[in-house]
Every structure is written in C-alpha cells, then in structure tokens.
Write a protein that binds this ligand. Structure first.
Ligand code: ATP
Ligand code: MG
Length: 581
C-alpha cells in the first residue's frame, strides 16, 4: 500500500503540546498520531491507528497461538452483575456509572470478570467443555484520578483481557503459564524492555499474580530487584526480612526522660546523643508512631497506630496494599482533639494500647528490640522500651518504605529500585467470580464442579505509548518494524521530473513487493520532509534526492542514523535486504 503524504490526513506540529510532560506524549501529538479530546480521552488519527492495529495484531496472534478464542462483550453494562460481585460499590470513584432513560443503572466496563463468568455459565455445563480461554480486545473505561501522559493512562483505553476457566488448580497453573509465556513473546516481538514482578505478597501462593513492567524512568510503578538472583517485585509486594528475636535478659529497664521540644525524629536523635546514653543513637533506634483511620467496606472508621523505625518513611502504596480491602486516611485536627491521649509528636505504644487502639508494627520490631519512643506526654520520651516485654503489638504491617540496599527477601543479596510502567498483568483469580455467580458444571463423577479462573490483561493502547517512550530519540519516534505504520518512508527530495518519476516507480515496486510505503510527495522543502520523516519514525527511510542524477538513492536507518547510497536500480533488493536484517 502507498500512503501519500500529500493526501494523508496528517498535520505534524513543530512545537510540543502545552499539556505534555513525557516524551512519548509530546511526540505522539507532534507527529499527528493522537489528538486530545478530554482529560484521558484521545482520538487516533491515521498513523496512530495503524500502530494501534499492529499492536493488536501481535497480541491476537499470540493469544490465538495459545488456543484462546476471541469474543467481544459490550462496554455498556448493566449494574446487576457488578452488584453481585460487589464491585459496583468496591470499584469506588473509578467506575463510570450512568443511567438509561428509564432510570436503570449502567456502567462502562473497567474489566470484565463478571461478564466472562456469566458468559461461560450461559454456554457450558459439562466437564467435557473445559478448559476454555476466552479473550477480547476492547475499549475500557476507568475514571482515573490522574489521567496521565496522553494514552499512557487514559480514562478510555484499549485492553486485551482474557479469562481462563479450568476445573483443577493444576489446570489453572497451566493456563496461567501459557499466558505468561504468551505475554513474554508479545513484549519481545514489540521490542519492549520489561521485567516480571510478583504483584502480591503471595497470600495465594508464590506466582498467583505477576505484573509485566516496561522499564521506564517516567513509570509510576517502583519496583525493586536483586541483581544476584533476578528476584523482582513491586514495592507493595516486598516482604521485609524479619530479624531473629533478641533475648530479654540483661536489657535495661525502660526509663521516661524529659525531652523538651523534640516532636520530630531529628530533634529526638539530637537530644538522645546529648543525654549521656553511652552510645550513639541514630534515627533507626527510634520508633515512630503514625496514626491513621481505617475503614473496611461498609464499616466504621477506626483508629490504627503504626510503629515503624524512625529512619524510614511510611510508603503510602505499601500501607494501602497491606490494609486492603480497608481504606485509610490521615487524622484531622478534630480527630486529635477528640482523642486527647494522642499527644502529637510524643505518641507511644502505651497510650495506644491502654485506649484500645489497634497497634501494628514494622516486621523489624521483633521481640527484644529496644526503642526510644514517645511517652504519651508533651516533651517526654521513653528510652529502652522493649518489644514483647514492655509492649505487645497487635501484629505487623508492611508499611515502611523499601530502600536500596535492603536485603532481598530471597536472601540472595541487596535490593535496588527502578521505575516501570505496567503493561500487563496475569492473575490466578481462583473461584471468586465463579462462586459469586454460582457457576457449576457437571463433573466426571456426576457431581457438580466449580471452575477456577485466571484473568490476564495487557494494555494495548498503553503499549503504543510505551514503545514510543522506550524507542524515541530527540528527533522523533522510532518504531520497531513489527508495529511501524509503514515499512518504508520514501522521501522525494528533488524537484526534478525524472527524480519524481523515479520515486513514483520505486514506490510502485515496493508496493508490488507487498511493502507498505509512506510516500512524501508533498510540495515542501527537503528540510521539512527530512524532519518529518524522523518525527514519524518509520525505521527505514529512502531518499530520492540529489544523487538521483547519478542513478543513486539513499537508505537511512532511523535507529542507527546511518545512511548509504545504493543504485536506484537495485533499491528494491536493498530495501528488502535491509528489512530482513
Ligand atoms: P495501573 O496500576 O497502571 O492503574 P491496573 O493494575 O489498574 O493498572 P489492570 O486492571 O491490571 O491495570 O489492567 C490490565 C492492563 O491494562 C494494565 O496492565 C495496563 O497495561 C492497562 N491499563 C490499565 N489502566 C489503564 C489506563 N488507565 N490507561 C491505559 N492502559 C491501562
Ligand atoms: Mg494490574
């Protein structure tokens, strides 16, 4: 196919859009691939749509290869199934809810576990029908709190979601494995650099949920990895390495000290080092107590005290993941006023426990560890408060930040952190939805069996942004051949009639060989055309320019920047050879 730039519905922009911060967003807008309609809502223009379709093609090919079957469910969905699964409420503000003219509640699907469970229930009723895996490539809707970076985090976006149905746990493991492998092939074909991280702390077993993160500085997900073992995990999933408990014998008594004006960890450490404690005190010797309010869905707000070593901050995402499904908020001034035993800056375990406040500590706060912490009175701290002897927490919580240099949970070395963008998620869901919808099928022995589900998502439209993000340079986009909007970008950089005709002939030849060609036949200066060819990002650029008088055309490699002259006569073969390599 030949796409003529003189005809193509395309305007490239010289300047970056004002609302764009990340390179992929700037370039996709400047190159005329996408246009903004509303926050997190974008249109796909011809070249952008081509790339999106190519990503979809790769995803479909790999899904079909593992025997998944494509179907398409509506995006506009009735409330009922989501009521049954409780997600009508649980999804919170992220769900687009609407009413029809009769006042019935609807939603725009954010993900479709409910509907797939119901669809399978509707069609299948015997063990002979299983296993089965279904998928769709569909537009999803989520009212994201912070839509970001154009199509990277949209409120409308394209996802491939698939769902496996098996009758046994081994079957689920196999379906999960097949998806995981397929996702690896997809990302390799798309040229995406990625890591696979365990996404949950593994309450359901080691590999119950993993995320595919594209490596990127601008990613919103922080993950950590251990270079020695290859262990990688979301920060939320990192389990603190728990030290051995310390015997109480010989530990000095706890003693309350006057510590005026020490409401912060820094001021407390300064005081401690001037107090003649016979040792150097660091923030790690202090126990910082943070108060939040938590609420389980449908429940009441309750106070929760969290004790972590004073040299660490609370990581909001880790805390959130640990408390789920309960939500949490910080205390307001009114909360402090209503609970006078909470002495700001001087909160200690004692008052919390005496007043029935649930108190969870960092897993490092094991029995026998001795702390400097608040004594629950203005200007007072206690030194030598020993866990398990002087206070007994209600449990532990993974809330403290994970830092570079922390020991890897697998004991192999230290953790280092990096940033990534989630592009895929594989999840052994189990029977949550088949239970909710009472999906039963007849088992081999005549008794009913309940299928177990896996759920697998890949961000199709997000991948377009991710590829752009990982592959661009300062001149523009650079598409891997697999998803490029064309095989060749042919620039006519010569006004000469013979050159024009030669370029047209070459375009026809390339087209005849089954290649897709963007032909820059516009009446514009060569400089403008070269700039656009770099901006648009087709990996192979052919220039019919000055050298044509000597029978030569130029081949430019958009990735390496290298260019070479080849005889116009053999241009087709040279292009085919270049595309093969
Ligand atoms: P995130 O943590 O980035 O919000 P998620 O965990 O909510 O993603 P899933 O529900 O696992 O996402 O959805 C599967 C895939 O869909 C994700 O891996 C991601 O690639 C893609 N995706 C999710 N939300 C968006 C969005 N707002 N815009 C574009 N793609 C998205
Ligand atoms: Mg996810």
């Amino acid at each position: 196919m030949i796409t003529r730039l003189s005809q193509l519905f395309l305007r490239t922009l010289r300047d970056d859009p004002a609302d764009a911060e990340v390179p992929s967003h700037k370039l996709l807008v400047r190159a005329g691939y996408v246009r903004r309609i509303a926050p997190g809502v974008y249109s796909w223009l011809p070249l952008g749509l081509k790339v999106l379709r190519e990503v979809e093609r790769v995803v479909r090919e790999e899904m079909d290869a593992i025997g998944a079957q494509e179907i398409l469910l509506p995006a506009l969905l009735p409330r009922d199934p989501y009521e049954t699964s409780n997600r009508w409420t649980e999804y919170g503000q992220g769900l687009f809810r609407l009413k029809d003219r009769k006042g019935n509640d609807y939603l725009l699907g954010p993900t479709h576990e409910e509907l797939f469970a119901l669809t399978v229930k509707g069609e299948y009723n015997s063990y002979k029908d299983f296993p089965v895996t279904l998928y769709q490539v569909q537009t999803k809707y989520r009212d994201e709190e912070r839509p970001r970076a154009g199509i990277l985090r949209g409120r409308e976006f394209v996802m491939k979601d698939s769902y496996s149905f098996d009758l046994t746990d081994e079957g689920l493991t196999a379906s999960y494995r097949a998806h995981r492998d397929a996702y690896e092939r997809i990302l390799q074909r798309l040229g995406v650099k990625y890591v696979i991280v365990s996404a949950t702390s593994g309450a359901m077993g080691g590999s119950a949920s993993e995320e595919f993160l594209a490596e990127s500085e601008i990613g919103e997900d922080t993950y950590v990895r251990c270079l020695e073992s290859g262990y990688a995990a979301n920060v939320e999933a990192v389990k603190t390495v728990v030290p051995e408990p310390i015997p109480f014998d010989g530990l000095p008594e706890a003693k309350v000290h006057e510590t005026p004006d020490t409401p912060t960890i820094d001021t407390l450490v300064d005081w401690a080092n001037g107090a003649g404690l016979d040792r150097t005190v660091t923030a790690a010797d202090t126990l910082k107590n943070i108060l939040v309010k938590t609420r389980v869905p449908g429940g009441e707000w309750e106070l929760l005290g969290i004790g972590i070593p004073g040299d660490r901050e609370v990581d909001a995402k880790r805390l959130e993941a640990s408390l789920e499904p309960a939500e949490y908020v910080l205390l307001t001034e009114t909360d402090f006023a209503n609970n006078p035993f909470l002495v700001k800056g001087y909160i200690g375990p004692k008052a919390l426990q005496e007043n029935g406040v649930r108190y969870l500590v960092d897993p490092r706060v094991v029995d026998g560890t001795s702390w400097i912490t608040g004594a629950d009175a203005e200007g007072k701290h206690v030194v030598g408060l020993v866990a398990g002897r002087d206070f007994t927490p209600d449990g532990t919580v993974e809330a403290a930040e994970v830092r570079d240099g922390d020991p890897s949970p697998d004991g192999a070395g230290e953790l280092v952190s990096a940033r990534g963008i989630e592009v895929g998620h594989v999840f052994q869901l189990g029977r949550k939805y088949t239970d909710a919808f009472e999906v039963n099928v007849l088992g081999e022995n005549g008794k009913p069996v309940r299928p177990t589900m896996g759920s697998y998502g890949i961000g199709v439209s997000r991948l377009v942004a991710v590829i752009a993000e990982q592959q661009h340079d300062d001149k523009g986009l650079r598409w891997p051949a697999e998803v490029s909007p064309a095989n060749v970008h042919l620039v006519i950089a010569n006004k000469d009639d013979a050159a024009r005709e030669g370029a047209e002939a070459l375009a026809a030849q390339l087209d005849g060989a089954g290649l897709s060609v963007i032909l820059d036949d516009r009446k514009a200066s060569p400089g403008v055309k070269f700039k656009d060819s770099e901006l648009l990002g087709v990996p192979l650029i052919v220039v019919v320019g000055r050298g044509y008088a000597d029978g030569n055309v130029e081949l430019r490699d958009r990735f390496t920047g290298e260019s070479r002259e080849v005889p116009a006569d053999s241009a087709l073969d040279e292009v085919l050879a270049a595309l093969r390599s």
